[in-house]
Design a binder for this molecule. Structure first.
Ligand SMILES: [Zn+2]
Length: 306
């Protein structure tokens, strides 16, 4: 046996060669978030092209309310969903009108969930793709156990699986700032925002890796939340390169959720929309330091997003 092979074998035995880290990319607010730019088609085409280039089995969460204008279903918006489905990307339910469960009575919220499941399920079926996941708008799952339980059993009853998020972030602020720069055709500002966005997202992944280590003593498959906007359409290549550089492979949601970490119970609730890792940590009553050093959004982004 040559020396290199012997060394490799002993390292493997010691567990010193890290298991590849896994990332599931989930995209919310389909068909798109466009801040009045009118570039829905461009955003969708670019996102799908990135998924294909990097073999990212992404899933998109649809607000079906966005498919209508003055009560009429718009064929060109439904066509945007076809871009996803026809290329093999699964879609899920993100409600019809994006209400906050924390500000909506159960009866109207549950109606909105079902109203958001009219157009997409038959399209998914036709494309040979499952229709099974639900993503809570604002990650509002219920402010207390009772409200969480009623929504949870409603979802189960209607065959929806909750789609958790572990890497929560402020991509929407960067995207709003980026869109403002785009409207002014300020290329330098767009580039600055884009490159700071990738750095910020890298800091976020490091933060949640540490958190995963502290909670589970290992790297669990992470579920990333981003939105269907121009910033991600332009920068998903750079993001994908960054995750790859950090040892990630891309997996679908079904694969990520098979990990037993996702069986961890949430027992603490509040009026917030946060990462499931943070929810699990709160439920285990970890010390406050657990949440220290969560990367902040630069002040200039917050300002430029106004
Ligand atoms: Zn949303």
């Amino acid at each position: 046996m040559n020396k290199v092979l012997a060394l490799l074998l002993s390292l493997t035995a010691l567990g010193a060669i890290a298991q590849p880290k896994q990332l599931c990319v989930t995209v919310d607010d389909l068909p798109t978030v466009e801040y009045g730019e009118g570039n829905q088609k461009e955003i969708t085409q670019k996102l799908v092209a990135h998924f294909q280039k990097y073999n990212i089995p992404a899933i998109g969460f649809v607000n079906e309310g966005k498919l209508y204008e003055s009560g009429k279903l718009k064929a060109e918006r439904v066509a945007l969903l076809h871009q996803w489905l026809d290329n093999g990307y699964e879609l899920g339910n993100h409600t019809y009108g994006h209400p906050s469960y924390h500000q909506t009575p159960f009866s109207s919220y549950s109606k909105d969930v079902l109203k958001g499941a009219v157009v997409t399920p038959p399209l998914s079926k036709k494309a040979g793709l499952p229709w099974r996941y639900f993503r809570h708008p604002f990650l509002h799952i219920g402010q207390n156990q009772a409200r969480y339980d009623s929504l949870s059993s409603f979802l189960t009853q209607h065959n929806f699986i909750e789609a958790p998020v572990t890497i929560d972030n402020d991509d929407y602020l960067f995207a709003k700032a980026y869109s403002n720069a785009h409207k002014k055709n300020d290329k330098a500002q767009m580039q600055r925002i884009g490159s700071d966005y990738v750095k910020y997202m890298e800091a976020k992944v490091f933060f949640y890796e540490q958190a995963s280590d502290k909670l589970f003593n290992r790297q669990i498959p992470q579920v990333l939340l981003i939105h269907a906007n121009l910033l991600n359409a332009d920068y998903l290549d750079d993001l994908a390169e960054m995750y790859k550089r950090n040892g990630y492979t891309f997996v679908d949601l079904h694969t990520a959720l098979r990990d037993k970490a996702y069986l961890e119970k949430i027992t603490k609730f509040g009026n917030y929309g946060i990462s499931w890792i943070d929810r699990w940590a709160l439920s285990r009553s970890v010390p406050k330091e657990f949440f220290a050093n969560d990367p902040e959004t630069p002040a200039y982004i917050v300002n430029a997003a106004k």
